[in-house]
Design a protein around this ligand. Structure first.
Ligand code: G3P
Ligand code: CA
Length: 387
């Protein structure tokens, strides 16, 4: 069933892939593409956020195949570790938002702030493979009914999806690069996020080293390879840059993801006590230069670039992109969604939102759940430039 789904999605969108190619862009030339005009326009990249997650359950192989066929430049992997040290693709280090783990293993939870959470790290890969994966859901506290987080997306617990490993996903993308991309002159890249390394290391698991080893095994070793590694944990990113990659004779492009401090996205441990990481310095003057000492790019939250409260006539654009570019960093903000309620008020629709970020602010690419829309908009813009 899963394989059939993949084949159908690839077939359906391969026509679109051909159309994309006619404008002369090659996805394996990700940094710059000459245009016919006197300008050398830099190709803006589309990062398929958790795959084509607007249409199929996030991080399912079907969603990745669909994103590939829609001609994403990069496809995102969020990486988490299992009890038996296997790397799986999952947005949270919990299983309960996107699987039926609560029914299959009702007692295998930990309490976090009095909430039951089923941690991936407490399950072996064989156990996780028994679970059915689905579109993200919440549980109504009164009726206890499960409902889609995004009502217009793929219905929950329909069809059949499972959690995949990092290896399985790389083999899918590399397989498509061989069977589809190579024939048509492009290659799709990986955009790998190492999730909560502070947590994994506290649990005795070096997720960064394990991830790098898998990437190396599959041929990703140098800056020019079509891959970015992203992480919210600045300390870990510096460890990857200055210690782990040199030890492994690797030198991949790194992206510092930027969170708001009050999200408690990252912790550090002081005397075994978890202390929230303070992100505030990343929003201050001089931060981009500092980040450029260990990373190649930043992944900021949209409102860090255009402040909430902006209007279409008065966009309050921060200095972040200008400062990042001056420091030599690329900028790939997250996350662009066209679902109801997810488009900031300063844009009349999703296309206008993308256009503002890509062509008014000048970001270098973006994370989106709707790869097809972003690819279409960028293609149109690049075609215009070629006239
Ligand atoms: O990784 C960038 C983007 O994915 C934002 O983070 O993982 O919370 O969706 P995430
Ligand atoms: Ca991510």
């Amino acid at each position: 069933m899963r394989v059939l789904f993949i084949l159908i999605t690839v077939f359906l969108f391969s026509v679109g892939a051909m159309a994309h190619q006619t404008i002369g862009m090659k996805a394996n030339q990700s940094t710059s593409t000459p245009s016919n005009s006197q300008h050398r326009a830099k190709h803006k990249i589309v990062i398929a956020h958790r795959g084509a997650s607007g249409y199929l359950p996030e991080h399912s192989l079907a969603a990745k195949a669909m994103a590939y066929a829609m001609r994403a430049d990069y496809i995102e992997q969020d990486v988490v570790m299992t009890k038996d040290n296997k790397l799986i693709i999952l947005h949270d280090h919990f299983l309960d938002r996107v699987t039926n783990v609560m029914s299959v293993f009702p007692n295998r939870y930990r309490l976090v702030n009095n909430n039951k959470r089923w941690f991936a790290i407490d399950f072996t890969l064989a156990e996780i493979k028994q679970l059915q994966m689905t579109e993200g859901f919440t549980i109504d506290p009164i009726t206890h009914l499960k409902k889609n987080i995004y009502p217009d997306r793929f219905p929950i617990f329909k069809s059949h999806f499972t959690v995949s490993t990092l290896q399985e996903e790389i083999e899918l993308i590399q397989g498509l690069n061989h069977s589809l991309g190579k024939r048509n002159g492009y290659q799709v890249g990986l955009y790998v996020e190492i999730k909560a390394p502070w947590f994994h290391r506290h649990e005795g698991k070096d997720i960064s080293t394990a991830t790098l080893k898998v990437l190396k095994k599959y041929g990703y070793t140098k800056k020019s390879d079509k891959i970015y590694i992203q992480c919210f944990d600045a300390n870990e990113l510096q460890r990857i840059k200055h210690k782990l990659m040199p030890q492994l004779f690797m030198n991949l492009k790194l992206v510092q993801l930027i969170a708001m401090t009050d999200w408690n996205e990252t912790y550090t441990y002081k005397n075994n006590v978890a202390v929230p990481y303070q992100y505030d310095w990343m929003l201050k003057k001089g931060a981009m230069k500092k980040i450029a000492s260990y990373a190649d790019g930043i992944g900021p939250w949209k409102p860090m670039i255009i402040a909430d409260g902006s209007t279409i006539d008065h966009l309050n654009i921060t200095n972040m992109v200008t400062d990042a570019h001056a420091a030599g960093l690329v900028v790939h903000p997250y996350t662009f969604r066209k679902d109801p309620g997810r488009i900031p008020k300063y844009a009349k629709d999703f296309n206008q939102l993308l256009d503002i970020f890509l062509y008014q602010v000048g970001v270098d690419g973006l994370f989106t759940d709707y790869t097809d829309v972003a690819v279409k908009l960028i293609n149109k813009h690049e075609k215009e430039l070629q006239k």
